[in-house]
Every structure is written in C-alpha cells, then in structure tokens.
Ligand binder design. Sequence first.
Ligand code: SAH
Ligand code: SF4
Ligand code: F3S
Length: 443
Amino acid sequence: MKQYFISTFGCQMNVYDSGRLAGLLAAKGWSPAGGNDKADFIFLNTCSIREKAAQKVISRLKGLKPLKKRNPDLIIGVGGCLAEQEGREFLGKVPFLSLITGPGRLAEIPEILETLDPRGPAVILTGQTPDSESAPEPCPAGGSAASALSSFITVMEGCDNFCAYCVVPYLRGREKSRPLKDILSEAESLISGGCREITLLGQNVNSYAPDGLDSKKGPAFVRLLKELDSYKELWRLRFTTSHPKDFPPELIGLFGDLRTLAPHLHLPLQSGSDRILKAMGRRYDRAGYLKTVTALRRAEPDLALSTDIIVGFPGEDERDLEMTLEMLAQVRFDSIYSFMYSDRPQTKAALMPGKVAETEKARRLGQVQNLQKAVTLEINESYAGRTVEVLVAGPGREKGQMSGRTGSLKTVNFPGSPDLCGRLVPVRIESGWTASLLGQLVS
Ligand code: SAH
Ligand code: SF4
Ligand code: F3S
C-alpha cells in the first residue's frame, strides 16, 4: 500500500483542506505514513500570509533534499497559498518538487498521482478550477476528520475585501459559498461519527451567501447557524473568521440565544487607530468596532473575545500604537494574535511609503504583547471559584490530568481519568494562568 505524509502550515482552512486530501487519498487506497521518511508521497500544505511563514515552508522543503536524493521515486508536492503564489517559480527555489497545486486544485491531486512520474517534469496546477464559481467539495466519508470530537467545516472560501496588507484574496480567489445542503450533510456525517463541536470556517464567514438561498429572509449565515443548532447531538458551534464590518443585529442576537453557539468570538481589530484602519481599507473605525462589541456583550455577557493585531503597518507612528494599546485596555480581549506587518506580493501596502524598521516593529509588538499578557492573566485569574463546562479532549499537561476547553475556548487541566474523554463535564476552577486554567472535577 502506498503511503502519504502531509504537513500543514497556516490557518485552520489549510488544516481542513489537509483532512480533505487525506480522505480523498484514502478513497484511492493510500494510507498515512508515520513520518516523511516512510512516505511515497510527501505533501506540504503551505501558507504565505507573512514573509516568515513562506520562509518556514521553503526551509522545511530544502531539508527534504536528502530523502529525494536517496529515493528518486519519492513524490514531493506543495499545495496551499504559497504554491498558488509561486506556481512554476517554486521550482527555482526547490527544484526537486513533482507537484505544485493551488488551494482550488486540491481535489485533483489523487488522480494526478496515479500517472505522475516522480523522475519527470513537475505537474503545476494553479488558478481556480475551470468551474471556479463552484464551492470546495465536501470531505468524503471516511476522511481523517470523520471521527474527531471537534471538527472544522469550510462554509465559504476566498475574500472580496482586499485589505491593503493581505495576500489572501489573490491566493484564495473571490468569495465562494458552499450550498447549505452540502454543509448540513457534512455536519450530519461528522456528528454521526461522534463529533460534538463544529467550527465553521471561511475567510469571512459572515458573507456566507450560497446560490439559491433567498436573502430577503435575513442573512444566510444566520440561517445556517440555526439549522446546525437543531442537531441534538451537536453540543457546540463556533465560527471563524468574521469581519467587524459585517456583523448584522440578527447575528449578534444569536449569541446567548442559540443553544450550541459557544460564548467565544474571534473579531480581528488589526489596529486601534482610525487613520491606520482607513489606510488598511478595513471599512470600520474604533467607534464602530466598540459598538459591535457592546452589542455582542449585551447579547452574551459571558462572551470571550479574541482578535488579531498588526503592528508597524506603513505610516504607523507612536500615537497610532498608543491607540491600539488603548483599545486593548478598553475591550479587554481574552487573547490576541499579534503580528509585525510584513510586505506581501501584489498588495497595496507593499507599495506604501512610511515603512517601519524591523527593530521598531519588534519593540511595538513587545509592548502590545506585554499589555495583553497582563489582561489575559487577569481575566483567567477571575475564573477562580467558577464552575465551567469542559469538553474533555485528551490527557492534560501533567500525569493523571485530563484537558479540554470551555465554551469560551479556555484550556482547562484537571485531575481525571481517560474515560472522561469526549464528555462534557463540570470543573471548578482553582487558578488561572496565561495559557490555561487549573481545576477539579465536580462530582
Ligand atoms: N480573514 C481573516 C484572517 C486573515 S489572515 C480576517 O479578515 O481577519 C490572519 C491574520 O494575519 C490577519 O487578521 C492579520 O492580522 C494577519 N496578517 C495578514 N496579512 C498580514 C501581513 N501582510 N503582515 C502581518 N500580518 C498580516
Ligand atoms: Fe485578508 Fe482582509 Fe480578506 Fe481577512 S478580510 S482575508 S485580512 S483581505
Ligand atoms: Fe495562510 Fe492562505 Fe490561510 S495565506 S493563513 S494558508 S488562507
């Protein structure tokens, strides 16, 4: 039996795509290898969101050269966003690649492998599929995600927003939504396989708009969430990512209302400065963002929020940074993902004046992260004494411990036995730390 090994970089959509590919390969008789050295086909699902992400992929690929030298019949392929960006150029950096496929061509891989000559020229498939308007195909039954307690489902892909710094719209193409019935049948098959927590994925899930769904009846995304909420065996529903400019009251109202909708939301702010937000092309301002947060917290007072912050966008100065820090202090996010701005090919920001030096970006990042660390710790410490529901996912950090997540997405470790796995249990929190909470099972 031929064996494959997939490494995944980048966002959750790549994780989902890697699972889809694993399912498609399994259907063609492939089995997973334990590592690169055992595989007949090595696939790297790549990311290009920042320069560093791209460099990481390239260096990982270069490390595979001895394997290919030893075994010329080994097939090494790349997919995902960096593959889409580089196309044929990838061979200039990594000449021993046999396969280069963009995210829109993933489903074609198993068939290509049947005829691909590992000693011959590389097969290069980028650009959207010929029927580029059609949405990504569902994960085949028996795919790697089929039995997981928590699973992803991509509901839409691509982005029409073209934020000035971001390369994603050029690599994932325009927004495409999957038909409602496809998503529901994928959810049904996951749930019947034991899945209890689903996270809906899309570059901007709130723009979910499949063909043939009447938009006069309210936002299609709201309808999708309500449909999923009706599955009794589903315990938790999450979604990511939402653009703050697209948060209709109908969607806000679902928090605290839908049984399954978990009290956590990732709402990327990027900057607290109106001037920078405008230059980024984000189409909301501080006041608009705060208004959405206030409405969300009114709907669900327990809502945990996370966000993305970019420091050192072209033209950002000390006052802009102050405003970002101020927003962090005001909103009090549970956690943030913060990044140094990085020039990306084709983007508007790459051509903007006022680039900030790397050392200065690093200093600003440090300031942002220090402030956030203190806020996160305060919030997590405030959990002490509360009893929370934990979806137990596996063994904890220390021996004899189990670990899982709260609805608010906090990791909780507690003494417990492996038979708790897959159950929703009450845990009384004793202490909170920056990355996790510690507690005792309530019997
Ligand atoms: N669709 C999502 C996520 C996009 S990528 C959204 O709209 O928010 C994830 C995060 O990477 C972004 O939110 C942004 O904070 C960061 N990012 C994107 N491009 C970047 C760049 N060129 N430099 C630094 N960070 C970037
Ligand atoms: Fe990138 Fe902006 Fe689209 Fe998010 S909304 S994927 S940051 S262009
Ligand atoms: Fe990276 Fe593409 Fe996701 S650039 S973050 S893998 S959409």
